[in-house]
Design a binder for this molecule. Sequence first.
Ligand SMILES: Nc1nc(=O)c2c([nH]1)NC[C@@H]1CN(c3ccc(C(=O)N[C@@H](CCC(=O)O)C(=O)O)cc3)CN21
Ligand SMILES: O=c1ccn([C@H]2C[C@H](O)[C@@H](COP(=O)(O)O)O2)c(=O)[nH]1
Length: 299
Amino acid sequence: MRQIWEHGDQRMDRTGVGTRSIFGTMLRFDLGQDRVPLLTTKRVYWKAAAKEMLWFLTGSTNIRPLLQQGVTIWSDWPLKKYRQASGEDIGQEEFEARIVADEAFAKNWGDLGPVYGKQWVDWPTYEYGPDGRYQRGPGINQVAQVVESLKNSPGSRRHIIEGWNVAELDRMALPPCHKTYQFHVAGEGEAARLNCMLYQRSCDVALGLPFNLFGAALLTRMMAAQTNLLPGELVWSGGDTHLYLNHTELVEAQLKREPAGAPKLVLKRVPPTIFDYSFDDFEVVDYEPQGVLRAPVAV
Ligand SMILES: Nc1nc(=O)c2c([nH]1)NC[C@@H]1CN(c3ccc(C(=O)N[C@@H](CCC(=O)O)C(=O)O)cc3)CN21
Ligand SMILES: O=c1ccn([C@H]2C[C@H](O)[C@@H](COP(=O)(O)O)O2)c(=O)[nH]1
């Protein structure tokens, strides 16, 4: 954060807010002994990040299941679209309440397009006929495939979950930020460990990164549990790694704080597949962060 704030390149960005940005960054975290990269210099709503990760795994791209669990981090985009289309000056809470109450309304207005969940578990395929015409084929479940490849060929260099479906970017509310997850098995037998590298093309360090790190750690832990591997290292790499100019207060407050403590993430159960986890399977212990710091989301 300090590096970006003091040395970043200041520029205007898509949202009109403006950022300071650096390019090509890396963070490494040891996930052994239940360690988890959860910021202690502000309270992070890890529960929302966990619910978001489980939502990706269901393949859903509608904000309704998130809102039913009180998670509002994806509301801004559908809300903006609805306001523009309807001309109605509806407030965020009222919009969210309508999505929850009215299934048909949610179907029309709560969908984000083929974002993460869709690409992860149902990447579209096409089957070509002899006449050159094509029709939809069965979707590809990348997550299930990586679980299988980790079990069957741990040494493979192809354990990848990819969100960047070039052909569908224009239908997504937001093209994926945490776009590529690659897994790697190190060591052998009882001591074999699962490493994960996440490449994030664009990163809102104040709001997005704390969620993305926790989410990636959680995904790695679920993957490791499902493949009988010990949690290894999480390597996070960032493309455009930025701070929004209207996050000044948060940044300055956070830079004055000292990190302290060692939170742990406990997975309480190993369900039959990676798609059978529920929120109650996760517990964070020894988390005593400093106070909440709020900042506006750039839409
Ligand atoms: N500009 C921007 N930054 C992001 O981090 C981001 C996007 N856009 N668009 C898509 C998703 C949504 N994500 C978000 C959106 C909002 C918060 C947020 O407001 N967090 C607050 C409160 C969280 C809560 O109340 O649950 C925080 O203090 O962390 C976090 C991540 C991450 N992504
Ligand atoms: O998981 C996420 C999702 C989004 N972000 C941030 C990164 C950028 O600030 C915006 C996306 O804008 P683009 O113009 O598409 O890059 O959202 C994040 O950090 N983490």
